[in-house]
Design a protein around this ligand. Structure first.
Ligand code: PLP
Length: 404
């Protein structure tokens, strides 16, 4: 069962102090902390089999290649991709999105339409704007309601035979809203559009099944799910990955090179130019094993308990306004206190050892929608506790009293 004390002991960083107080880490939506098994995998790689992959005949290279490809298999199974070569290693979500957005340059024409949502992270807005600039395609935006939910009726109106691509995040990093992506995908497919789901914020909490969702692309970053930074994956349906041209040229992605003509390697290597983050890929596999051993249902149930408790506690403070009030949300609590700047609260509670994010969270359109400069965002993980939440709420109240 869920043994919180044991789980916390897996994370060495949770033992440290910040400004003389025990660390309370509530910035999990920005990056998650790293369990000892993942740290051990990284140390083990560099201590015993660090080598370049897919090239050498020597033992170390073979061991590294085997471990890296083993990780790809684990990731395939985790997301239930049909084929292992549909998993492309990337440096993270942003890289995966740019790979697809660049690839579509040759597949779009003027006046084609691309739909994104107002809930997107900048990394799922800017690459599409750049794609529109290159191709003359137009960007359309699915609006939201006050609760921070997508307006699906409006989405229906935006869809047409001109729609070629739809990009939506599975979970909003600023508000925590879980979007109805299955429905969004089905509707896009009805007009013949492809769909990319930004799973960066969902992956730590929800186990996505890319076949059941029928997603064309799904992207994640390892560092938000107990893995290291600098690695992630792009899942793409085989037929789409075959249609897209390579993103970068270099070693590993070729079959044959002459100055007259170069032929490209088969999937997944066509999209994996250069030496990848070998250690990171292997450690990502270990992080997935770690999360699956706890169980995603267990994680989701406990995090929901934390969210409900924190919401109720926080609302006892006068002047608190919470942004993102959908019933379908992950453990993200974005809020402001009337008359106070989020940054000032964040700075004071940091002195008390509490890490939260303040600002626009790379989602300026959402902040514009609510007409605010930013929020304080507390985002919880399965290794957080209710006692930490009580300390946090007291700290926010204290900060408020100091500032007002
Ligand atoms: C974190 C995040 C990203 C960007 O991920 P990187 O790891 O910085 O590439 C994109 N979208 C969402 C929803 C995120 O939460």
């Amino acid at each position: 069962m869920f043994d919180l004390k044991k789980i916390r002991a897996n994370f060495p960083i949770l033992q440290r102090e910040v400004n003389g107080k025990p660390l309370i880490y509530f910035d999990n939506a920005a990056t998650s902390q790293t369990p000892q098994v993942v740290i051990d995998a990284i140390v083990d790689y560099y201590s015993s089999y660090n080598a370049n992959i897919h090239r050498g005949v020597h033992t170390l290279s073979q061991e590294a290649t085997d471990a890296y490809e083993q990780a790809r298999l684990k990731i395939q199974q985790h997301f239930n991709a049909k084929k292992v070569h549909e998993i492309i290693f990337t440096s993270g979500t942003t890289h995966g999105i740019n790979l697809v957005a660049t690839g579509f340059t040759s597949l779009l024409k003027k006046d084609d339409e691309i739909i994104v949502s107002l809930l997107e992270h900048h990394s799922n807005i800017v690459p599409w704007q750049m794609l529109c600039e290159r191709t003359g395609a137009k960007l359309k935006v699915i609006p939201i309601n006050q609760k921070g939910e997508l307006l699906l009726d409006e989405y229906d109106k935006l869809l047409s035979t001109k729609t070629k691509l739809v990009f939506v995040n599975h979970v909003s990093n600023a508000l925590g809203t879980i979007n109805p992506i299955k429905e969004i995908i089905t509707k896009a497919h009805n007009v013949g559009a492809a769909v990319l789901i930004d799973g960066a914020q969902a992956a730590p909490h929800i186990k996505a099944d890319v076949q059941a969702l029928d997603a064309d692309f799904y992207v994640v970053s390892a560092h938000k799910m107990c893995g290291p930074t600098g690695v992630g994956i792009l899942y793409g349906k085989e037929e789409w990955l075959n249609k897209l041209p390579p993103y970068q040229g270099g070693g590993e992605m070729i079959k044959e090179v002459t100055f007259e003509k170069t032929t490209y390697a088969d999937l997944p290597h066509k999209f994996e130019a250069g030496t990848p983050n070998i250690c990171g890929g292997i450690a990502f596999g270990v992080a997935l094993d770690y999360l699956n051993a706890i169980g995603f249902d267990t994680i989701a149930a406990y995090e929901k308990e934390l969210l409900d408790f924190a919401t109720q506690q926080l609302l006892t403070i006068d002047g608190v306004k919470i942004y993102g009030t959908s019933t379908q949300k992950t453990a993200v609590l974005s809020f402001n206190i009337e008359g106070l700047h989020p940054y000032d609260i964040g700075t004071i509670i940091d002195k008390l050892g509490i890490a939260v994010r303040t600002g626009h969270h790379c989602t300026q359109p959402i902040m514009d929608f609510y007409n605010i400069p930013g929020t304080i965002r507390a985002s919880f993980s399965f290794y957080n506790t209710k006692d930490e939440i009580i300390t946090f709420v007291k700290a926010v109240e204290r900060a408020k009293n100091m500032l007002l």
